[in-house]
Design a protein around this ligand. Structure first.
Ligand code: NAD
Ligand code: WQD
Length: 340
C-alpha cells in the first residue's frame, strides 16, 4: 500500500486501539496515538513497538482537552483522518457513574470534532457498538434496526454520539461509525491483548484469568434462556479482524469523493455462538482447566444478538479471517504471557 497518510488514533493505548495501530502501521500509515491512560498504561504501546519494529508516536492527553488537541494538530502537521476509540466502556460502572460516562464519552467526541473542524480534518471513524440496538426485534440485526431504549448509560452515550455524528457530518465531515459486536482475542504474536483493570466484566478475559488461576471459577450467567443450550448468544469477532475493518473503512473514506458522508456499519461475523459453546471451545482448543458453574442471569443481558454484516462485506470487501476458536487460542497465549 505504501501510503504515508497520517492518522490520529485516540485511545491508542487501549485494547482495540492498540490492535488497530498495528494494522495501520502494517498498511503503511503514519500513526499519532493519544490516550489519557485512565484505563490503560504503556504496556500495549511497548507491545505495538515489538510487533511493528517501529517506535509509536504517543502523546499522553485527554480528548476533552481542546488546548492539548489543538497543540497536537499544530505540532504534528496535517492529519488525514482520526480514529476515535477513547471512551469509558464498562456497562456496570456506567450505571454507578452515569455523569462520568456522559462527560467523558460525549465530551471527548464534541471536543475532538470541534478541533478537527478548526484544523480542516474531515475523515473520522467512530467506535460504536451493537449495544445501540438493545435487544433487536429480529436477528441477525442489520443497520436499519431502530435504536431501542438504551440498557445502560454507557449504551446511551453510544446512541447519543451516533446521533451527534449524524447531525454534524453535514458541516463537512466524512464519518463512519463501526458498530462492533463482541470483540475478543489478541494479536497472534501475543505481544498485545486485552488488559482489563480489576475483575473483568467481559466473558473472554474472565475465562482466561480463571484458567490461569487468577480467579477461582467462571460463572455462566444463565442457562434458561430461549436458546438451544440455554445460554446467551453473541457474535464474537476477533480483534485483529476488527482492526482490519478500521483500515478498510479509512481507505473507503479516503477514496470517496463525497464532501459529507455519514454511514454506520455492523462489524461482526454473522454467526451466533453461545456462551457455553465458547467455554467448551476454550477447554477443547487450549486443553486448559476451566472451573465453571451455572449461575443466575446477569441483569440487563440481552438473550441473543448477532450481526448481519452484509453491508460491510459488500461496501468494503471486509470479511473476518479468524474464527472464535482462533481468538480463544490467541487470548490464551496472551494471558499466559501476562501470567509469567
Ligand atoms: P479500552 O478501555 O481498552 O480502551 C479505551 C482507551 O481510551 C483506554 O486506554 C483509556 O485510557 C482511553 N481513554 C478513555 N477516556 C479517554 C479520554 N477522555 N481521553 C483520552 N483517552 C481516553 O477499551 P476498548 O475495548 O479498546 O474500546 C475502544 C472503543 O471501542 C471504546 O469507544 C468502546 O466503547 C468501543 N467498544 C468496545 C467494545 C468492547 O467490547 N471492547 C465493544 C463495542 C465498542
Ligand atoms: C458476553 C456473554 C454474559 C461474563 C458487552 C457490552 C456491549 C459491548 C460488548 C461495548 C453474556 C456472559 C460474561 C461472565 C458470563 N461493549 N458472561 N460470565 O454483555 O455481550 O457485551 O461488551 O460496547 O455493549 O454490553 O459482553 O463479554 O460481558 O458477555 O456468562 O463472567 O457472556 O452473560 O451473555 P456483552 P460480555
Amino acid at each position: 500500500m505504501g501510503s504515508s497518510k497520517k492518522i490520529l488514533v485516540t485511545g491508542g493505548a487501549g485494547y482495540i486501539g492498540a490492535h488497530t495501530v498495528v494494522e495501520l502501521v502494517n498498511a503503511g500509515y503514519e500513526v499519532v496515538a493519544i490516550d489519557n491512560l485512565v484505563r490503560s498504561d504503556l504496556t500495549l504501546i511497548t507491545g505495538i513497538e515489538k510487533i511493528t519494529g517501529k517506535k509509536v508516536n504517543f502523546h499522553k492527553g485527554d480528548c476533552r482537552d481542546k488546548k492539548f488537541l489543538t497543540e497536537l494538530f499544530r505540532s504534528e502537521g496535517p492529519v488525514d483522518g482520526v480514529m476515535h476509540f477513547a471512551a469509558l466502556k464498562s456497562v456496570g460502572e456506567s450505571v454507578q457513574k452515569p455523569l462520568e460516562y456522559h462527560d467523558n464519552n460525549i465530551g471527548s467526541l464534541t471536543a475532538l470534532l470541534q478541533v478537527m473542524q478548526q484544523q480542516g480534518v474531515k475523515d473520522f471513524i467512530f467506535s460504536s457498538s451493537c449495544t445501540v440496538y438493545g435487544q433487536p426485534d429480529s436477528i441477525p440485526v442489520d443497520e436499519q434496526a431502530p435504536f431501542k431504549k438504551a440498557e445502560s448509560p454507557y449504551g446511551l452515550t453510544k446512541q447519543i454520539c451516533e446521533l451527534i455524528l449524524e447531525d454534524v457530518y453535514k458541516t463537512g465531515f466524512r464519518i463512519i461509525s463501526l458498530r462492533y459486536f463482541n470483540p475478543i482475542g489478541a494479536h497472534p504474536s501475543a505481544h498485545i491483548g486485552e488488559m482489563p483493570i480489576g475483575t473483568p466484566n467481559n466473558l473472554v478475559p474472565f475465562i482466561t484469568q480463571t484458567a490461569a488461576g487468577w480467579r477461582d471459577r467462571l460463572t455462566v450467567f444463565g442457562n434458561d434462556y430461549n436458546t438451544p443450550d440455554g445460554s446467551c448468544i453473541r457474535d464474537f469477532i476477533h480483534v485483529v479482524d476488527l482492526a482490519e475493518a478500521h483500515v478498510k473503512a479509512l481507505s473507503y473514506l479516503h477514496n470517496t469523493r463525497a464532501h459529507n458522508l455519514y454511514e454506520a456499519y455492523n462489524v461482526g461475523t454473522g454467526n451466533g455462538v453461545s456462551v457455553l459453546q465458547l467455554v467448551n471451545a476454550f477447554i477443547k482448543k487450549t486443553g486448559a482447566k476451566l472451573p465453571f458453574r451455572i449461575g443466575p442471569r446477569r441483569p440487563g443481558d440481552v438473550e441473543k444478538v448477532f450481526a448481519n454484516p452484509t453491508k460491510i462485506n459488500r461496501a468494503m470487501n471486509w470479511k473476518p479471517r479468524y474464527s472464535p476458536e482462533d481468538a480463544l487460542v490467541h487470548a490464551w497465549a496472551w494471558q499466559q504471557k501476562l501470567s509469567r
